[in-house]
Design a protein around this ligand. Structure first.
Ligand code: F6P
Length: 322
């Protein structure tokens, strides 16, 4: 193998640049040439391909976003889109392709792997932490820290004004981010897509807290809770609670900013491992970290396996917020 390509696909997150740096520098150290592909699969279909060298990735380990730019591509999964992508891979003699993506993008990577001779390696990144084959996706740790920092500030107002704040985190289908945030911020309750939300029981819990002397409360709501987002939950709570309620939606702040040290190290390990796997002749794999060890799994694991929430964390959050 002489030349590899690398791209970022789907929503951005902190740690992508650190990972790209690791991919490029590991490849160069092993004598490989590296091509960057801009705008994810969109750029792969249209040939937005350019060479990367050591200095292309200088000074980026601490930067959020992705210097390669990213996109969510509808066209890529069409037959024409796949054919175009395969043609660009052949035209630029890309023998191995490293794709940094969430479960949607890695599902696209798996389809591509069925159609191209190039070896495809996936690296999980998602603030939602919902990619299979890894305990941690790049970006999750930073997003949790961002959300906790926001809630620590909100708590000052909640306490000063004796209010209930509903704080919405991202996570349309999964509550990993909301649960970790709630635990670290010491929230009074957390509402998750994976667990049933009973408004009456939540009201009772908040009232009980007040009877025991709490003057304010924080409830973390994952945007995909089946009862609705924080705005919707606030409307429902107003019918049964006397609290002065406010809503705060954290939004895309969670996707930006400098990556945490944890994310920088994880991103560096996964980027390095992906290139080493390509050099060993591996193909159609997702590189993850499980119980502290770097693990290669079949690429389909990234999007086919359902990652459940950790029941011990759910229990802990329940006990500590009573
Ligand atoms: O998948 C990551 C994620 O940040 C989700 O948590 C969120 O629902 C979604 O992306 C938002 O996507 P966009 O930036 O395209 O609106």
């Amino acid at each position: 193998m002489k030349q590899i390509g690398v791209l970022t696909s789907g929503g951005d997150c902190p740690g992508l640049n650190a990972c790209l740096r690791a991919v490029v520098r590991t490849a160069l150290a092993s004598g490989l040439k590296v091509l960057g592909i801009r705008h994810g699969y969109e750029g792969l279909m249209t040939g937005e391909v350019f060479p990367l060298d050591h200095s292309s990735v200088s000074g980026i380990i601490n930067r959020g976003g992705t210097f390669l730019h990213t996109a969510r591509s509808e066209n890529f999964t069409t037959r024409k889109g796949m054919e175009q992508a395969c043609a660009v891979l052949a035209e630029y003699k890309i023998e191995g392709l490293v794709i940094l993506g969430g479960n949607g993008s890695l599902s696209g990577a798996w389809e591509l792997a069925q159609k191209t001779r190039a070896r495809i390696l996936g690296i999980p990144k998602s603030i939602d932490n919902d990619v299979g084959g890894t305990d941690f996706s790049i970006g999750f740790d930073t997003a949790v820290n961002t959300a906790v920092e926001v809630i620590d500030k909100i708590r000052d107002t909640a306490t000063s004004h004796d209010r209930l704040f509903l704080v919405e985190t991202m996570g349309r289908k999964h509550g990993f981010l909301a649960l970790a945030t709630a635990l670290a911020a010491g929230a009074e309750a957390v509402l998750l897509p994976e667990t049933a939300t009973e408004i009456a029981a939540l009201c009772e819990k908040l009232d009980r807290g007040r009877r025991h002397g709490k003057v304010s409360s924080i409830v973390v709501v994952a945007e995909g809770d089946e009862q609705g987002g924080a705005m919707e939950i606030a409307k429902k709570l107003k019918r049964c609670s006397d609290y002065d309620i406010r809503v705060s939606i954290i939004g895309h702040q969670q996707r930006g900013g400098a990556p945490s040290a944890f994310d920088r190290i994880l991103a560096s390990q996964l980027g390095n491992a992906a290139v080493e796997a390509l050099l060993q002749g591996k193909r159609s794999k997702v590189v993850g970290i499980q119980r502290g060890k770097i693990v290669l799994s079949p690429l389909a694991t990234a999007f086919r396996s359902k990652r459940p929430l950790d029941p011990s964390l759910l229990r802990l959050s329940e006990i500590l917020s009573r």
